[in-house]
Write a new protein. Structure first.
Length: 389
């Protein structure tokens, strides 16, 4: 086993005898090729070999490969050796930091992995400050992310998926800045890229001008142009259509929906928060969520370079990337010794289930997972045994 007693002889560090505490000397090698150390005391004669902990080195090897563009075939190590080095990385979950520093601006967004899962990410001052893995973008998932972060002055987001509801609950005093690019995209989704009607063409130009607002004069000019659009096409938008079944609806439903959405955004007072003088005194406030969107692009590039990973490993890859891009990531040695493992996570879920009201009334504990094995009863019919007696 590992020795806890060491003595210094000259410039060489030699292990001390665990039995008597005396000095040891080299005595050949073991069958594995390690140096064997034997106690100098003839009456003791105990022997051992040093065991070096290489988990941190293996973890760093796996992270370097994960953040690179090289595939397994292009790596300097053989494929099997590389997979063996990456086993520790795939078995750990990096810790999420607890942020007690009050940031001026926090960007949040969700990175979706198809419809299977989403990773909610928070960024501030050029660093990742938090992340959370969830099934979908819901207010409960956003609350789990925001609960570990001190309330900032401004939250920049796209406004969807329950983030605003969570912000009102967890960060009630935080101002909201809607990403103008997302608002522009929502309007152009209703008008189309090449509108045929005059009202649609003018509204599309207004949407394009929204992302170009830089100061209060630009904001005032944009509001004037939108109000003029509503006045010019008020009668046009109020037109009704009668269908064969007798029902009546708006003749231009997409434009009416766009007008309703813009009115709601203006009423919420979340479009032009970045022009508030009190907030600008503490530092600039961006009008778009481009920072976290660009980081999402880098994450997708990483997954593209290592495509073929199953869902759980894609989630861990994103979590490792986020951890390594925090302001003060933990060392490799600390992560190898203290990061939570899959087994530990399952034990926590099991303990939470057993302590829940439902689990306390059920004796079998945590629900069984669906297996992939073949059940004998799926291919046979059970027949009662008939005795010959």
């Amino acid at each position: 086993g590992c020795l806890n007693v060491f003595c210094l002889t000259g410039c060489m560090r030699t292990p001390g005898c665990a039995a008597c505490g005396g000095e040891m000397k080299r005595n050949g090698t073991t069958s594995a090729g390690r140096t064997r150390w034997r106690c100098k005391d003839p009456g003791c004669g105990s022997s051992t070999s040093r065991v070096y902990d290489v988990k941190a080195r293996g973890l760093r090897c796996g992270l370097d490969w994960l953040f690179s563009k090289r595939s397994q075939a292009e790596h300097r190590l053989p494929a099997r050796t590389l997979r063996r080095r990456c086993e520790l990385m795939w078995s750990l979950w990096p810790p999420v930091p607890l942020v007690d520093e009050v940031h001026h601006v926090v960007h949040v967004d969700g990175l979706h992995l198809h419809r299977d899962a989403v990773v909610l990410i928070a960024v501030a001052d050029g660093h990742v400050i938090g992340w959370h893995v969830a099934r979908s973008e819901r207010s409960a998932a956003w609350r789990c992310l925001m609960a570990r972060i001190a309330p900032p002055d401004v939250l920049v987001c796209d406004g969807g998926g329950g983030v605003l509801k969570a912000a009102r609950t967890v960060w009630p005093g935080t101002r909201i800045q809607r990403c103008l690019f997302h608002v522009q995209a929502n309007i152009m989704e209703l008008t189309g890229m090449r509108p045929r009607l005059q009202a649609g063409r003018r509204l599309r130009r207004i949407a394009v001008a929204l992302a170009r607002v830089r100061n209060k004069d630009d904001a005032a000019a944009w509001l004037v142009s939108y109000n003029q659009w509503e006045q010019d096409f008020a009668g046009f938008l109020d037109e009704q259509s009668r269908y064969a079944d007798g029902s009546v609806n708006d003749a231009h439903q997409r434009l009416v929906k766009a007008r309703r959405m813009i009115r709601r955004r203006i009423r919420e007072d979340q479009l032009l928060t970045f022009l508030d003088e009190e907030l600008m005194a503490a530092g600039p406030v961006p009008s778009t969520n481009n920072l976290v969107e660009s980081w999402n692009g880098r994450l997708r590039d990483m997954l593209r370079h290592h495509r073929g990973l199953r869902l759980i490993r894609r989630l861990k890859a994103i979590c490792w990337w986020c951890h390594q891009h925090t302001e003060r990531p933990e060392t490799d040695a600390w992560l190898a010794a203290n990061a939570i493992t899959d087994r530990r996570l399952e034990d926590l879920y099991k303990h939470a289930w057993e302590q829940s009201p439902q689990g306390m009334h059920e004796t079998f504990g945590i629900p069984m997972r669906y297996g992939t094995g073949i059940d004998w009863n799926d291919f046979h019919t059970h027949v009662e045994w008939t005795s010959n007696n």
